[in-house]
Design a protein around this ligand. Structure first.
Ligand SMILES: *Cc1c(COP(=O)(O)O)cnc(C)c1O
Length: 392
């Protein structure tokens, strides 16, 4: 193969060269006397990416799914009632985990293409006058459908009901990419992972916990069984700058560099860049006859990933395999009920307009090869127009 393979899935995302080099270091002693200072400043700086002053961030050697589990096990008890909504493969899996861990899930099923149903949440919370609901869950960015939800709106729904439930947010494909405000929105547990907006390989699960979540952990008397993901073990060692088990030292070195890049850019500038990049992809989709975003309206469209319906009669799997084998380009697959109907372009992390024009060009060629009656060049031209004339 000549040249590079091109990665446009919504995680793992492209890892910047600086980050790759920062991880290419000899193995080191995770109990070295100066390792604790490195970890302490890393944990402190992670709070800036989550936009929080108090509380703490945990770094688990896991993927995001481990942080999902940790959030639940450490602050809730089997049998606790929680409010969740399901509108894509990731929100579906979090519901499945909550049920398997024994929570009593009050579930809002939402049409795929939309997100967290704020009015239903507010109505249910207002009706729960005895405050039996212990936690409200929101998947901020449903990576399967390319749908973003209004987490601040969930906070408003809780406040409008005068409800004291904790607010859990899945921010795996949104934090460090699109606006997220732990403190301002009163989020209690926010889950993320290394391989999406944080521009690292997979292998670290991040979990931000508010003071209220930490208090819920401390006072959780009928504890849900937990061990590997226990806050208590982690807090005891993190407070000295170390971990209760062997940390992924190279990933932590990479995280240091990625975080330095993120904080040097500034969160607002990263959010604006993701919006700018996403809009070019959306212009391309609008230009392709018969293609359409899975997101049902601009208010739902995600700035980190676009899920795109192929035209009637065009199997999205042919588009994805054609892009991969003929054009060395990975596009995201249609998950669950979107299988064969949609493909995805991930536009989060370390990218620029020319890379995205490449993704759009590969998707366009693969669509044409798979029989789509789109105008050759139409998507690329629409994206170029946006990237040339607008800025982040
Ligand atoms: C990727 C993703 C997950 C799962 O994370 P893993 O790191 O694969 O465990 C969960 N939720 C969302 C929204 C995601 O995009």
């Amino acid at each position: 193969m000549n040249g590079n393979k091109h990665l446009f899935i919504p995680g793992p995302t492209n890892v910047p060269e600086e980050v790759r080099r920062a991880m290419n270091v000899p193995m080191e002693d995770m109990r070295a006397p100066d390792f604790g200072d490195f970890v302490t400043s890393l944990l402190t700086d992670m709070k800036k990416a989550f936009r929080m002053e108090n509380g703490r961030v945990f770094i688990f050697p896991s993927s995001g799914t481990g942080a999902w589990e940790s959030a639940i096990q450490n602050t809730l008890t089997a049998g606790d009632k929680v409010l969740m909504s399901r509108f894509g493969q990731f929100s579906l899996l979090w519901v499945d985990m909550a049920e398997r861990l024994g929570l009593n899930v009050e579930l809002c099923d939402v049409e795929w293409g939309k997100g967290v149903p704020l009015e239903d949440y507010e109505r249910i919370l207002k009706a729960d006058t005895k405050h039996e609901i212990k936690a409200v869950f929101a998947t901020q960015n449903e990576t399967a459908t390319g749908v973003s939800s209004d987490v601040e709106g969930v906070r408003r729904a809780l406040d409008a009901a005068g409800h004291t439930a904790m607010l859990f947010v899945d921010g795996v494909s949104s934090i460090a990419s699109i606006p997220f405000e732990m403190d301002k929105w009163g989020v209690d547990l926010a889950v993320s992972g290394s391989q999406k907006g944080f521009m690292l390989p997979a292998g670290l699960g991040f979990l931000a916990a508010s003071e209220k979540a930490l208090a819920a952990n401390a006072s959780n008397s009928e504890k849900m069984t937990r061990c590997y993901f226990s806050f208590e073990d982690m807090i005891k060692l993190n407070d000295t700058g170390y971990f209760p088990y062997t940390p992924a030292t190279q990933l932590l070195r990479g995280l240091r560099t990625a975080l330095d890049m993120i904080l040097a850019d500034g969160m607002e500038s990263i959010w604006a860049r993701h919006k700018f990049h996403a809009e070019g992809v959306r212009r391309a989709v609008a230009a392709w006859d018969g293609c359409e975003l899975v997101a049902k309206g601009p208010e739902w469209a995600s700035d980190t990933v676009s899920a795109i319906y192929t035209p009637e009669g065009v199997d999205a799997r042919d588009v994805i395999s054609g892009a991969y084998y003929k054009y060395q380009t990975s596009l995201g697959t249609g998950l669950n009920k979107l299988m064969g109907k949609a493909f995805r372009i991930g536009h989060l992390g370390s990218l620029n307009p020319v890379m995205l024009c490449g993704a759009i060009s590969a998707a366009e060629m693969a669509l044409l090869d798979a029989g789509a009656k789109i105008q050759p060049g139409s998507g690329v031209a629409a994206a170029q127009e946006h990237y040339r004339t607008k800025s982040a």
